[in-house]
Design a protein around this ligand. Sequence first.
Ligand code: ADP
Ligand code: MG
Length: 214
Amino acid sequence: MNTTETSRLLCFVADKMIASEPELTRLDMAVGDGDHGIGMQRGFTAVHALLTQAPEETDDIGVLLTRVGTELMSSMGGASGAIFGTMFRAGGKSVAGETELTTPVLTRFLVNGLEAVRKRGGAKPGDKTMVDALAAAVEASQPLESEPLGDALPKIAQAASRGADETKQMVAVFGRAKSLGERSIGHPDPGAISMYLILSFMAEGIKQPEAVAL
Ligand code: ADP
Ligand code: MG
């Protein structure tokens, strides 16, 4: 899909992330300080405004994704503002010059986003963070590169869902959930759920031509 369609898809995702505030709040109340839902809501409200009020003025997918990251980083604050902002910014930079979002382009975005998040936050798979969902998505996306995006996205989202689900068994070593120690077992990491939701809303939106088509 081209940059205009991708921008519309990201608007669809933003709406759905805003509506996920109660679920994300509930999850962060269980293992953190309860602000993750509000942070995501603030971030994606800003992204939605960016995408609807300022038309893309670019046919570059990388520029679009990088702008989304800058918006998340500057509006959200907190650990997740830096983490999700870094993912979109670094992932976006790595696909600069692309004019179509394809499965290989999305894969490159996820691979480089993951690398930058790991560098920035120091979390590795197993530490009960969004890295667990993102790493699972990266692993799933690489063998799917020859598939059309509409076929690959649901599988990538499903892998992220499994990655997020696995965080239930993990003990948090980052962020505020760290102080809970063993008591964080049984609850998924809210940021991992957000990472899964972003990909699953992309998969949902791409199947709805009226949501993204011109
Ligand atoms: P805060 O921790 O400042 O309250 P949020 O509640 O918005 O921020 O976000 C918490 C989420 O951020 C966690 O669930 C986790 O997925 C993610 N996170 C926190 N620290 C890191 C890190 N170092 N690396 C990757 N993700 C992280
Ligand atoms: Mg929090």
